[in-house]
Design a protein around this ligand. Structure first.
Ligand code: FAD
Length: 372
C-alpha cells in the first residue's frame, strides 16, 4: 500500500500521525514551504457543538493519543447584539492559535509526527493517482471534490480579520450578532494572550452582502469593539479571505481516494467551525486505511451535524437586529449556560429540529435570503 496525503493541515497531519503509528508511512505533500506558513489567527473549539464529547482535547488525548494545547480555555463567552449582551460561563471549549506561530495547532501536530513532509509541492491529484495506491485529499478546500463532481457547494463567506494589541482576558471570548457590520453573519474576538487578540468579521457572499463595502463594515465593527472593550486597540496585522467555500461531499470516499477536512465538508456551516471534524476525518481515514474501521460509517454522524448546522445558519440569517436583541436577552444566564455548558445533549440536533418547521428555507435547493 502506497499512501499519499495531499495537504499538511489539521486533517492531513492527524491522518499521518495515526497511519505512522500503525506502521503505514505515508508520503505527505504540502504546497507551502512549511506547515502553517500563513497569516496568524485565533480559532475556537466549542464543546457544545461536539456533544456527546464533553472536552475535545481530552477526547483526542485519551482516545487517540493526539495531544493539543490551547492558548486558553474558554471560561466565559459574551454574546453582544445591538442593545443586549449575554454572558455564559463554564468550561465551554478552547481558543487556539493558527498560522505562523510556534504554538499553532498544526505545528503541535507536526511535533507528533516523524515522517518527513515534501514541501513546496506542486503535484496535482492526477499525478499522484499514477504513483500511489491510496490518496487522502486534505487540501483544506472543496476544489478537487468539486472538480470530481463529488461536492455540493452551499455558500461562500467573506472574512476580514486583524491581530490587535490591547488588554484582554485570555479566558473570555466575545462575539457580536449585528447586521450593521456582519450582515447575515457574525463577528468575534478571540484572545491569543492577555495582550493580543484576533478580531474578525465573517458574512456570507449573498448578492445583498456583495453590494456592501467590506471596509465600511469593518470600520463599524472596529468602532463597536473598541466601544464595548472601552479601550483603543492597535492593529498589528491583518488578513482578508474572499469566497471561503462551505459545502459538502456526496461521498467521503471514491475508490481509493479519501476526502478529509474541508475537502470533505467536515465543517459546521452555522459558524464555520471545522477544526475538530477536520482532525476526526483525518483519524477516521487512517483507521480505514489500517483496517480498523470503515470511513463512510465513521463519518456518518458528521454528515448529520452538517445538515443541522445548515438549518441553524439559515434560521439565524433571517434575524434582524431586533430579533438578535431578543435572542441574546434570552440567552443570558441560565438558558445560555444550559445550552452551551451542558454537553450531554446534541445542541445542534435539538435546535435544528425545533427550527426546521419554523423556517421556510429550502436548504436542499440552497435557497438563500436574497431569493425570499
Ligand atoms: C478565518 C478563519 C477562522 C476560522 N475559525 C474557526 C473556528 O473558530 N473554529 C473552527 O473549528 N474552525 C474555524 N475555521 C475553519 C477551520 O480552520 C478549518 O475547518 C480547518 O482548518 C480545516 O482543516 P483542513 O485539514 O481541511 O485544512 P487546513 O488545516 O487548512 O490544511 C490544508 C493544507 O493543505 C495545503 N494545501 C492546499 N492545497 C494543496 C495542494 N494542492 N497540495 C498540497 N498541499 C496543499 C495547505 O497549504 C494547508 O496546509 C476557520 C477558518 C478560517 C479561514
Amino acid at each position: 500500500m502506497k499512501v499519499a496525503i495531499m495537504g499538511a493541515g489539521l486533517s492531513g497531519l492527524a491522518c499521518a500521525i495515526i497511519l505512522e503509528r500503525n506502521g503505514i508511512i505515508p508520503t505527505i505533500f504540502e504546497s507551502r514551504k512549511e506547515v502553517d506558513d500563513r497569516f496568524v489567527n485565533g480559532e475556537i473549539f466549542l464543546d457544545a457543538l461536539n456533544a456527546p464529547i464533553e472536552d475535545a482535547f481530552a477526547y483526542l488525548s485519551n482516545e487517540f493519543q493526539i495531544y493539543l494545547q490551547p492558548v486558553g480555555h474558554i471560561k466565559k463567552l459574551i454574546i453582544y447584539s445591538e442593545n443586549e449582551q449575554a454572558i455564559t460561563t463554564g468550561d465551554l471549549g478552547f481558543n487556539v492559535a493558527r498560522g505562523r506561530r510556534e504554538d499553532s495547532l498544526c505545528k503541535q501536530l507536526l511535533n507528533q509526527l516523524n515522517t518527513e513532509i515534501v514541501y513546496n509541492s506542486k503535484h496535482t491529484y492526477e499525478e499522484l493517482l499514477k504513483e500511489f495506491t491510496h490518496i487522502v485529499v486534505a487540501t483544506g478546500d472543496g476544489a478537487y471534490s468539486e472538480k470530481m463532481g463529488n461536492y455540493k457547494r452551499d455558500f461562500t463567506v467573506s472574512l476580514k480579520g486583524a491581530i490587535v494589541e490591547g488588554e484582554f482576558d485570555r479566558y473570555t471570548t466575545k462575539t457580536w450578532l449585528d447586521n450593521t457590520f456582519a450582515p447575515s453573519g457574525y463577528t468575534y474576538l478571540i484572545p491569543l494572550s492577555n495582550t493580543e487578540a484576533n478580531i474578525v468579521i465573517a458574512y456570507p457572499d449573498y448578492q445583498k452582502s456583495n453590494r456592501l463595502d467590506g471596509n465600511v463594515l469593518w470600520e463599524n465593527f472596529f468602532t463597536r469593539v473598541q466601544r464595548d472593550l472601552k479601550q483603543t486597540l492597535k492593529i498589528t496585522d491583518g488578513f482578508e479571505i474572499a469566497e471561503y467555500i462551505i459545502g459538502h461531499c456526496n461521498k467521503p470516499r471514491i475508490g481509493n481516494t479519501f476526502f478529509v477536512g474541508n475537502c470533505y465538508g467536515a465543517i459546521m456551516p452555522f459558524l464555520g467551525f471545522g477544526q475538530f471534524p477536520a482532525i476526526m476525518t483525518g483519524i477516521y481515514a487512517a483507521y480505514d486505511l489500517c483496517g480498523k474501521g470503515n470511513y463512510e460509517k465513521l463519518v456518518k454522524n458528521l454528515n448529520k451535524s452538517y445538515e443541522n448546522a445548515l438549518v441553524l445558519r439559515k434560521a439565524m440569517e433571517k434575524l434582524d437586529n431586533k430579533k438578535f436583541d431578543i435572542l441574546v436577552r434570552n440567552l443570558n444566564g441560565f438558558v445560555g449556560n444550559t445550552l452551551l455548558d451542558y454537553k450531554k445533549i446534541d445542541f445542534l440536533n435539538v435546535i435544528s429540529n425545533i427550527l426546521k418547521p419554523i423556517i421556510n428555507t429550502d436548504v436542499k435547493n440552497n435557497k438563500n435570503l436574497e431569493d425570499d
